[in-house]
Design a binder for this molecule. Structure first.
Ligand SMILES: Cc1cc2nc3c(=O)[nH]c(=O)nc-3n(C[C@H](O)[C@H](O)[C@H](O)COP(=O)(O)O)c2cc1C
Length: 373
């Protein structure tokens, strides 16, 4: 499984792992892969704390940081204040959200308890503050999602000797990213958890490989086993970029009620929905995603308004699920996850997942060799 990226990053296996959870990131890198921390969920101050923790616990192994700097936002959102953004959310949307919660008996947050910060890194200022923090640490890769990173971000990363990767859903986007100075393309198929396009990994990966050769491509979307890694490398990728598979590891901080849902989910139980962020993102299908598709739905809002409008509701839903996984409110609890949800049936340590991937990869390659291929 040695590819050019293994040498470049000094890693044993070209298995890149996206996670919002620092324990997963450190465990992946320590097991020979490459952990990448998703910065989106953190304030700049909290990101600093997470990265300091990783620096201390990763035994000198390399890791990266993933930021989200959307190239397109609701009109005027890029320069608006939080108050101005709040004012763009209609009363109809607010009422629909509250009605949906009431229908499912989701209680309000207790007095004084804060919901998730509603703006996070969705706007340029948030993304830039994440970059500032990330580049103060010894990161080995900066990754961006939702369009080409701003030129100054690429320039600053390169000045610091940090290569830049970016997620794409089409070969045309891959070319645009290369023109923007991005070094590594992550070809993310529609099977993937989180924001995705419409082209499958099987079809997208070789197109991106050809479009940007000789630049390296990581295949993403639907990869959680050694056979799938073998397939990705056969398609010309230099490695794999994974996300969903880590959600059910021992180190993951995904809420237990949602872990149980994932363990029982089939590959048909995910949906590409705008309900979470306003852009299509694959996630578990729940009462919440169904509500946004229902005739009563006012329709989703453009980024970053949809997340802002729903952030407190999501905190309430998670709290309801935590307090009672069988409550009506718990039916609304979900997570971004890809179609490999149907293959995630047990909770295992990160290290075991990586070793099983490596073993199964070896068996797949041997089988192909025996076939004279
Ligand atoms: C829970 C979850 C959250 C995600 N959040 C982000 C994110 O904040 N930024 C990002 O670039 N990608 C995000 N992704 C997408 C992953 O980076 C990755 O492309 C995807 O998980 C790969 O497909 P897979 O889920 O089939 O492994 C997320 C994925 C999941 C499962």
């Amino acid at each position: 499984m040695k590819t050019q990226l293994c040498e470049q990053f000094g890693i044993e296996f070209p298995i890149f792992a996206f996670s919002h959870c620092r324990d997963v990131v450190a465990a992946v890198s320590k097991a020979g892969g490459f952990g990448v921390l998703g910065a989106l969920a953190f304030s700049a101050e909290q990101l600093q704390i997470e990265l300091a923790w990783i620096d201390e616990h990763i035994d000198g192994k390399p890791y990266g940081v993933d930021i989200v700097m959307p190239a397109s936002l609701a009109e005027g959102a890029a320069t608006a204040t939080k108050e101005q953004l709040e004012a763009m959310i209609s009363q109809r949307h607010r009422d629909f959200i509250e009605d949906t919660l009431t229908k499912h008996q989701v209680p309000p947050l207790p007095e004084g308890m804060q919901g998730t910060e509603s703006l996070l890194g969705w706007v340029p200022a948030g993304g830039q503050s994440h970059v500032d923090v990330a580049l103060k640490h010894d990161i080995k890769l900066l990754v961006n999602a939702l369009g080409p990173p701003p030129p100054d971000v690429v320039e600053r990363a390169h000045k610091a000797g940090v290569p830049v990767a970016a997620l794409v859903g089409s070969p045309e986007h891959a070319i645009k990213q290369r023109e923007a100075g991005v070094d590594i393309i992550v070809a993310s198929g529609t099977e993937a958890g989180g924001h995705t396009g419409e082209i499958s990994t099987m079809v997208l990966t070789p197109q991106c490989v050809d479009a940007v050769a000789p630049a390296p491509v990581l295949a993403a979307g639907g990869i959680g086993s050694g056979r799938q890694i073998a397939a990705a490398l056969a398609l010309g990728a230099q490695g794999v970029w994974t996300g969903s598979v880590w959600l059910t590891t021992k180190e993951s901080d995904l809420q237990p009620a949602v872990v149980q849902k994932v363990m029982h989910a089939t590959s048909r139980d995910t949906v590409r929905s705008r309900a979470m962020t306003g852009k299509p993102a694959r996630q578990l299908r729940t009462g919440w995603t169904d509500a946004w598709e229902s005739p009563e739905s006012p329709g989703t809002l453009p980024m970053p308004l949809q997340f802002m409008a729903t952030a407190e509701a999501i905190s309430r839903i998670y709290r309801a699920a935590e307090n009672d996984p069988d409550s009506p409110g718990a039916q609304l609890a979900g997570t971004p996850i890809g179609q490999i949800a149907g293959m995630m049936n047990s909770v295992r340590p990160v290290r075991d997942v990586i070793f099983d991937m490596v073993e199964e990869y070896g068996e797949a390659v041997e089988r192909m060799k025996a076939m004279g291929m």
